[in-house]
Design a protein around this ligand. Structure first.
Ligand code: SAH
Ligand code: SF4
Ligand code: F3S
Length: 490
């Protein structure tokens, strides 16, 4: 499944490269040069070993990281690697997340295993990139205790992978290339999509909100938006390439476009994306409740393509805690917003993110969270135990004991699951349009598809339906998914 959104242009640009001269200064031409250069190294190694070289990419964290990994994989393919699903590959790259400490611990745990693999396979190269690498304390630790790592880079320079890999092949030292921030957005590099029929599309990078618990603004840098033309051009190319559903990605999509030379609102961007012919579904994440405009609600309401699902992070139901979190809305404002959204779109599915055990959270504060969860009746929620992130304001506040946070977490989860079950049951008996995503992991040959409201449906049908939108009767609710019956192609 190797898709290049810009294959023809790329081939043309690659052919014209003279490797005997110096590397061009301009991007992306500079990277085309290094893709060719790294390709030579891979070919040499491959001849020496008498077999192709393989890469393996492991992604931690959110959809932004998933999209970044598609870019990394696209470059690696272009360099001449084949993809492997095992960590015994010749080049292993971990695209890391640091939003909560358990994400970091997972990476350290797996690095130990990679070390054993590298001992057996000394020409193996190991790279680490992504959010965790933007933290100086992490780099120190890897330098000291994980000396077998060959390459470290961060979130701002993933487009440079070919250049960095060339440096790895030409040196015996650990290569570390970290940028604290950038306003550069490099386009037109290869991308290898995970799904042929749906794709994430970055509309902006970074975050300016500085919620007091969150490390993302420190590791992803300041907010910068792509222009609407760049975004719609990319979507047009994706559609030509078979994509029917896009997910517009940003840490706070509601502040999209504010920093552009010609500022534009997110609602206006959505209208332009809607006009792309052949595109069937539009999703986006994440909207911040503080900036959610009535215009956006109206655009969603009259749209034929925007899915009937909204992920609207609550974080806490207590106005006091929300203020400490620097979220810039209170409980009443959040509930009023939900009311406006539901008035305009009664059938919309609402999901959320909630943190329990934020510093200073009392039982009364937690009851406020349960109250909002009960009143909104979310279709689903991601619930997290607060994790202390060094350098954020909340790290210096008085922490809630671990056992208290765990006990609250369990109570919250039980309520969330109860609500999710009853929200799903409401759909029972209806026929829904489903985008068929693949063969289900139930192992019984059934297919899996996703409804506009993001619920999964498993049903019997031929594999040729994968990537298409089909009607499916929702026969049996299983709480978080449905067993359905395919009702023929529309
Ligand atoms: N930009 C998005 C969220 C990105 S991080 C937004 O503002 O909604 C995804 C989720 O991780 C957050 O919504 C939050 O619930 C959770 N999270 C972030 N930092 C955390 C921390 N320190 N501890 C626990 N959960 C955290
Ligand atoms: Fe983190 Fe807040 Fe930015 Fe979301 S909006 S990424 S929670 S700082
Ligand atoms: Fe994690 Fe970075 Fe996303 S910290 S949640 S991968 S932006």
């Amino acid at each position: 499944m190797c898709e290049y959104t810009n294959q023809n242009d790329l081939k043309h640009s690659m052919q014209a490269i003279d490797l005997t001269g110096p590397a061009p200064i301009q991007e992306p031409q500079r990277q085309y040069f290094f893709i060719q250069k790294a390709r030579q190294h891979v070919m040499e190694k491959s001849e020496e070993l008498g077999r192709p070289l393989y890469f393996h990419c492991v992604t931690f964290g959110c959809q932004m990281n998933a999209r970044d990994s598609e870019k990394l994989c696209g470059i690696l393919r272009q360099i001449g690697f084949l993809e492997s699903d095992g960590e015994d590959a010749d080049f292993v790259i971990y695209n890391t997340c640091t939003v909560r400490d358990n994400a970091n611990q997972k990476v350290y745990g797996r690095l130990g295993y990679l070390n054993t693999m590298k001992r057996k396979n000394p020409h193996m190269k190991i790279a680490l990139c992504g959010c965790m690498m933007q933290e100086p304390s992490v780099i120190e630790k890897i330098r000291k205790s994980y000396r077998f790592v060959d390459l470290i880079f961060g979130t701002h320079n993933i487009f440079k992978l070919a250049e960095l890999l060339t440096a790895v092949y030409e040196s015996d030292e650990m290569i570390i290339d970290l940028w604290t921030d950038t306003d550069q957005i490099v386009e037109d590099l290869p991308v290898q999509r995970k799904y042929p029929f749906k794709s994430g599309v970055n509309i902006m990078f970074g975050c300016n909100n500085f919620c007091s618990y969150c490390i993302v603004p420190y590791v992803r840098g300041r907010e910068r938006s792509r222009t609407p033309e760049e975004i719609t051009d990319e979507i047009r190319r994706l559609v030509e390439d078979g994509v029917v559903e896009v997910m517009l990605l940003g840490q706070n999509v509601n502040s999209y476009g504010k920093t552009l030379k010609q500022p534009i609102h997110f609602a206006e961007l959505l209208k332009r994306v809607e006009e792309v012919e052949g595109l069937r579904r539009i999703r986006f994440m994440t909207p911040h409740p503080k900036d959610f405009s009535d215009e956006l609600i109206e655009v969603m309401r009259f749209s034929k393509k925007i899915c009937r699902h909204l992920h609207l992070p609550l974080q806490s139901g207590s106005s006091r805690i929300l203020q400490q979190m620097n979220r810039k809305y209170d409980k009443e404002q959040y509930l009023a917003l939900v009311g406006r959204i539901r008035n305009a779109m009664p059938d919309i599915a609402l999901t959320t993110d909630i943190i329990v055990g934020f510093p200073g959270e009392t039982e009364e504060d937690f009851q406020e969270t349960l109250d909002v969860v009960e009143r909104v009746g979310y279709d689903n929620a991601f619930t997290f135990i607060y994790s202390k992130r060094t350098g954020t304001p909340a790290a210096a506040m008085e922490q809630v004991p671990e056992e208290v946070a765990h006990e609250r977490f369990d109570r919250l989860l039980a309520l969330v699951q109860k609500n999710a079950r009853s929200a799903a049951e409401k759909w029972q008996g209806q026929v829904a349009e489903v985008l068929v995503e693949g063969v289900s992991d139930h192992g019984d040959g059934t297919l899996t598809g996703r409804m506009s409201n993001n619920l999964l449906v498993h049903f019997q049908g031929p594999k040729t339906l994968i990537g298409t939108l089909v009607p499916v009767a929702l026969v049996d609710s299983k709480g978080f998914y449905f067993i359905g019956e395919w009702r023929g192609v529309v």
